[in-house]
Design a protein around this ligand. Sequence first.
Ligand code: CU
Ligand code: ZN
Length: 245
Amino acid sequence: MKITSILLASILTASLFVSCETKPKKEKHAEVSIEMKKVNDTLLRATITTITDKNGVLNEEVQVIEGTPGEVKAKVEAHKSTVLHDKPHQMHQETEKKLQFSLEAKSGSTASGMVSLTEKDGQVTLEAHINGLDAGVHAIHIHEKADCSSADGKSAGGHWNPTFQPHGAWGDTAGYHRGDIGNFTADSSGHGMITFSTDQWCIGCDDADKNLVGRAIIVHQGADDLTSQPSGAAGARVSCAGIIE
Ligand SMILES: [Cu+2]
Ligand SMILES: [Zn+2]
């Protein structure tokens, strides 16, 4: 195509300067200026001028990219992030999310403790340590609401059951609630602990069937029989913690 038509078609001209957020450990600074011109109705051309400052030595590089607007914009973005940030390894960093909170005694009990929820690689792990329990087997569940305000813990609602299943043992083909963690045993000193991991929960994700935030953890006076409906006949709610971010 003719040079004149290219110049006349220079409808879109954009120029932007981005100053670098230099990482303290690197003596490197970069400035990128981008000029975009419409070549014709389908082609866009970007002229990228990159000035890098390596320990006081300036280096200028000019790069021309031509293609459809989508291709050009993607290449420009990729170039900017490479030059200005220069930290590709960070994109592979594992993200870990952790919440920690206290279990408070309910129903006149002395059962209190700590719970942590950790999300890593698509798995959520619950770890609970409880003191002041009667020795023996106790149920622990996720209940519907992060509301431990009532003295009997019933403000937390029933078992968290976003998938509308019957109450049961976790993993049972006949069905189970997403909150049916199960049982653990307290020793003769009244201390008990449990760890539980699943990929069927998340912490603060957009999937309402998995998101624990806004729910509560309840420890019961008795054991969950894993069959009685709707909640395993586990007795009074002796400890409660709301799951809030
Ligand atoms: Cu319960
Ligand atoms: Zn249940």
